[in-house]
Design a binder for this molecule. Structure first.
Ligand SMILES: [Zn+2]
Length: 184
């Protein structure tokens, strides 16, 4: 799944927080952005979908962080709570996509995301056929919809811009492979 989809799913977690407590909307949005996006920094450093992806252990941090945010909602606890939850959802939901490869539609590897707890790769489920596929973009749009309603101003525009970027990426996904190859 696209990093933008993961960020949009993070916003799905932030939207009810912003609706219930508008004053905490911005820290929740920041958590969605940072937590939803951060795991994919391992595209650049370390092993993608392994170094910063914790599909099981991520929840060990996310659940208490979310509980603390619910019990003592402050800007910091909400940022950390939404961020940790968005990162855990990101890591776990990567199993729904394809294996980690440049042409994921060819399905040459089923290694979707690494489970540090069990010490093995989880097998790709292909519910989202590949990152940037029409299904991926549809999930991103659906996940972003509540936040686009709840938020206004800068946050709404930022999210809309991210979605537009996801749409462009989705359109160009297959043509971008030669550029990815040069980078890798
Ligand atoms: Zn990922």
């Amino acid at each position: 799944m696209m990093v933008l989809t993961h960020i949009a799913v993070g916003f799905l977690l932030a939207a009810p927080v912003a609706a219930a407590q508008p004053a905490l909307g911005v820290p929740a949005a920041a958590g969605a952005l940072v937590g939803g996006g951060a795991p994919d920094i391992d595209l650049l450093v370390g092993t993608h979908r392994r170094t910063l992806h914790y599909p099981v252990l991520g929840w060990v941090g996310a659940v208490p962080a979310a509980v603390i945010a619910a019990v003592t909602p402050t800007a910091l606890t909400v940022f950390v709570g939404v961020g940790a939850a968005a990162a855990a959802v990101h890591s776990t939901s990567d199993v729904l996509g394809a294996g980690d490869e440049l042409r994921p539609w060819e399905r040459t590897t089923t290694a979707a995301v690494y489970d540090h707890h069990a010490g093995r790769w989880w097998r790709a489920r292909y519910v989202i056929p590949y990152d940037g596929s029409p299904a991926d973009l549809a999930v991103a749009a659906a996940a972003a919809a509540p936040a686009l309603v709840v938020y206004d101003g800068v946050v709404r525009w930022l999210l809309a811009a991210l979605l537009a970027l996801g749409a462009v990426y989705s359109l160009l996904r297959r043509r971008l492979v030669p550029y990815f190859e040069r980078v890798v």
